[in-house]
Write a protein that binds this ligand. Structure first.
Ligand code: NAP
Length: 322
């Protein structure tokens, strides 16, 4: 079955070639994310939509898609899509878990190493011509990882893959999720289930791996930062909205916690006026958790496969809801 497809951003050539074989496709170029008015006008007569995590696919927008049969997002997170409403309208929603698990766990590790050893801060020192004295006893002092406690919030696909890395670094692993994982998984990862309260109070590093939901929305605010160790670091590769950014900026400025490494933000992209940008004790990455050449190709492949299945009324390989 043919049809019209709209992409809110371009994909790899092989994926576009595949799509062009079957469909009439249109790709948004220009401002990212696509302005809502443009997306609203484009969705009106398409059969399939390929979107990205920063596109807000809400009820109002879905209602405009009179012919829409499938929404295929180039991400594992789907908090930007009103999946309940899509289901009501019998619109399939495809997403891309598993293929990006390793890359995203690596990103959390990279942020952990960077913020604990002040690598990006050091890079700035050199580039700004501020490296005057060398090897002082107190210069660019970081934090050890070995023997320290890492608290993992959400021991799912990415959280548990990150735990493997933390285990290799000889860190003590605590975790919290709504329910504990199997005893054998705990044993393999050497991870101990604790309450959220214990996770935040006992950890030297906290790494967030939960999806953004009503329950996790702004879960990390000043009340949580005040309970964390003053020497603690926060890593977030999940979704920006799990953190109250204004509170985090204040907490970092006042040294309520020691530092943070973030790949995701409440509203992306952030610009140079964002309060985080002025702070030294934070490492910022532009939402590149899954961004390796290999992973991004696999994501494109799944995005197209999900779209193909959904447009034909079939369940995508990775499907939200139904
Ligand atoms: P996943 O396998 O579904 O794991 C999510 C974990 O969170 C599960 O262990 C789940 O366990 C736990 N959880 C869910 N709700 C919770 C709550 N309210 N309180 C405590 N724990 C909760 O998902 P994943 O593949 O690891 O991906 C995790 C998230 O990472 C995605 O949703 C996405 O937003 C983000 N992500 C970001 C990037 C990036 O580029 N930075 C790339 C990939 C993914 P229970 O159900 O037992 O609670």
């Amino acid at each position: 079955m043919g049809g019209k497809i709209f992409l809110t951003r371009t994909l790899h050539d092989f994926a576009l070639k595949e799509l062009r074989k079957k469909y009439q496709i249109e790709i948004h170029s220009g401002k990212i994310p696509i302005p809502k008015t443009k997306l609203r006008s484009k969705i009106k007569d398409v059969d399939g939509l390929i979107c990205f995590p920063y596109d807000n696919i809400d009820e109002e927008l879905i209602k405009e898609g009179k012919n829409l049969r499938v929404i295929s997002t180039y991400s594992v997170g789907f908090d930007h899509i009103d999946t309940e409403f899509a289901k009501k309208k019998k619109i399939r929603v495809g997403y891309t878990p598993e293929v990006l698990t390793d890359a995203t766990a690596d990103m959390a590790l990279a942020l952990l190493l960077d913020i604990s050893r002040r690598m990006t801060e050091g890079d700035r020192v050199i580039r700004n011509g501020k490296w005057k004295e060398v090897y002082g006893a107190f210069d660019y002092v970081g934090a050890d990882l070995q023997g320290k406690t890492i608290g993992i919030l959400g021991l799912g696909r990415i959280g548990s893959t990150f735990a493997k890395r933390a285990k290799a670094l000889e860190m003590k692993i605590l975790y919290h999720s709504r329910k504990p994982v199997s005893k054998s998984k705990e044993k393999t990862l050497n991870a101990k289930y604790v309450s959220f309260e214990k996770l935040i109070t006992q950890s030297d590093f906290v790494s967030i791996h939960v999806p953004h939901t009503k329950e996790t929305d702004r879960l990390f605010g000043m009340d949580v930062f005040r309970k964390m160790k003053k020497s603690a670091f926060l890593i977030n590769t999940s979704r920006g909205k799990v953190i109250d950014e204004r509170d985090l900026a204040k907490a970092l400025k006042k040294k309520v916690i020691a530092g943070a490494g973030l790949d995701v933000f409440e509203k992306e992209p952030i610009d140079e006026n964002h309060p985080f940008v002025k702070l030294q004790n934070i490492v910022l990455a532009p939402h590149i958790g899954s961004s390796t050449k290999e992973t991004r190709m696999k994501m494109a492949e799944i995005t197209v496969k999900n779209l193909n299945l959904g447009i034909n009324g079939k369940r995508p390989i990775y499907s939200v809801g139904y």
